[in-house]
Design a protein around this ligand. Structure first.
Ligand SMILES: CC(C)(COP(=O)(O)OP(=O)(O)OC[C@H]1O[C@@H](n2cnc3c(N)ncnc32)[C@H](O)[C@@H]1OP(=O)(O)O)[C@@H](O)C(=O)NCCC(=O)NCCS
Length: 198
């Protein structure tokens, strides 16, 4: 597998495949996202021609099998300002690692780590002192929770992330078992990007 930070034309060329990956991977627990290609195209447009954004692709030959994105948090101020209000963090200091999606058959080979390594390095190069991402919080008793599901919390903690107390964002999407979009809480996790690593 080849991991590459995409920019310019190669980034543009990959965006439709990233949309397809998001729809495929986020259909599973815990996202249960009933994806929509038109919405995806609009959402991903922000990555086109943005110097501050990063799109990391994982390729098997020429096929895109995984992708991770990141942008300065200020570019997502509308979505996140409220969630950070009660914290001591300023949006301008934060780099936001948005999604990490990898087809199931390619997992467990270190790609998830590479996705974070490259995005955190990009955030540092932009002067960010904190890296953040968010994960959906589902009720314990949710009927679609798979018995064998292994949460990613251990992976995130090992990378130095912890849930930021009181920082919860809200996003709406339609779950695969619902007829209308509903709002979900997403816990924000953060990590200090230390001087040593800069
Ligand atoms: C997140 C994701 C990209 C990680 O990919 P990955 O390539 O399997 O990750 P890695 O191989 O680098 O493994 C990372 C660590 O997590 C552990 N891990 C791997 N699969 C795991 C799983 N299903 N559940 C929990 N931990 C797992 C690994 O053991 C590894 O730990 P280590 O550092 O001790 O070796 C992938 O699991 C994925 O696409 N998940 C679905 C989408 C999602 O939930 N994304 C996160 C929110 S946007």
């Amino acid at each position: 597998m080849r991991i590459e930070a995409l920019t310019g034309e190669s980034l543009d060329a990959a965006l439709d495949d990233v949309a397809g990956l998001r729809i495929r991977v986020f259909r599973d627990w815990p996202y249960l996202y009933d994806g929509d290609l038109e919405y995806e195209r609009g959402y991903l447009e922000t990555y086109r021609n943005s110097d501050a954004a990063i799109l990391v692709g994982a390729f098997d030959g020429r096929r895109l099998v995984g992708a991770a994105t990141g942008t300065p948090m200020v570019d997502h101020a509308d979505d996140f300002a409220a969630a950070f209000e009660g914290t001591r963090l300023a949006l301008k200091d934060i780099f936001y690692c948005a999604e990490s999606v990898l087809l199931p058959e390619y997992r467990g080979r270190g790609v998830g780590h590479r996705f974070f390594d490259l995005r955190e390095a990009h955030g540092r190069s932009l002067g960010a002192t904190v890296s953040a991402f968010c994960g959906v919080v589902r009720p314990e008793e949710h009927p679609l929770r798979p018995e064998e599901y292994r949460p990613l919390d251990g992976f995130w903690r090992k990378r130095g992330y912890a849930p930021l107390e009181g920082a919860v964002a809200r996003f709406s999407w339609k779950d695969i078992d619902q007829t209308e979009a509903t709002r979900k809480p997403l816990q924000i996790w953060t990590k200090v990007l230390t001087e040593d690593e800069r």
